[in-house]
Ligand binder design. Sequence first.
Ligand code: SF4
Length: 365
Amino acid sequence: MTDSEIKDEGNLEPTLPFSPRVFSEHLLEWYKLAGRELPWRQTRDPYLIWLSEIMLQQTTVAAVIGYYRRFLMRFPRLTILASAPLEEVIDLWAGLGYYARARNLHATAQELVENRGGEFPQAVDELMMLPGIGRSTAGAIAALAFDQSAPILDGNVRRILCRVFALDELPRSGSADKKLWKWAESLTPQHRTHDYTQAIMDLGALICTPKSPRCDQCPVESLCLARSRNLVDMLPMKTPRKKIPTRHQLALLLVNRERCLIQRRPPNGLLGGLWEFPGFETTQEEPFAAIRQHCAGRRSISEVRLLGHARHTYSHFHLEVDFYRVDLVPYDGIAEGTEQWLPLVDLEQLPLHGAHKKLLPLIGA
Ligand code: SF4
């Protein structure tokens, strides 16, 4: 087998170095014995499958299981999710991260109920028109709920195919992406797509893992070019890390009669709908003056002290937070807009965004 057989320079339709039928048969045999039992696997209900697929984006199965069960207890049907307030959906999502997914779930539920009679479309291109559903998620829903021969290319499958075909390109490049989709399409069988899709997901989760893959237990080892060429540790090729900026923020624990002020972020945009401590970004070098200026005219301060620091990385920036406790001269505090005065002891229950959640242990300092 030569590189030219699988690379097809200048041609983005790569050929296969083995029979797709052999690949899927090996995989399905293995799956019968080793496939995982997961709470969303005993159903063909598109609502349950969609919910699990959205939760599993960028998140591990272990982290998702508890959320999935709690979500279904509160929102057992699409219509119930569609009629719930967005804030409630976000509160139940707290801790799972990537909160745009919660907003998209809610928007999709409303779209389906209002415009499609509460039914999921079956075609991949129609599924892709719904908020938060990309081609791979659409493929998974079509295959798992409707047994259609639709390929998926999530992170696990991307990694498997990069290794099986020994792809020597950055896996997120445009040309690699086209090849990977072509391979995914070619390998996906016409029948038993439901099982095949779960099998390839399980292969990525259990055998062809990012680190230390278990090649000696792999059902497609005999077909894998990375294995035969001793390239497993080098593939997929690593995308160089992007440099992202660092932002600095002062966050305030404003305390008034054993209650502190918290506020909910607007529903759309970054970290939409999550709770946070009041705060502001500043380049001012004198934080105490900045805090007094921030409170001026609204609240009288009796004492300010630094509680500590936290750093959190979001996808596009690092956030460094200096956290100050600001004791106010007691007054009948009125919360404005999305603000709320909350007993200090209740803070643990609150769905704060990641950076501010890291501040909680500092409160007792
Ligand atoms: S042989 Fe190894 S690298 Fe190749 S698909 Fe199997 S686990 Fe992954």
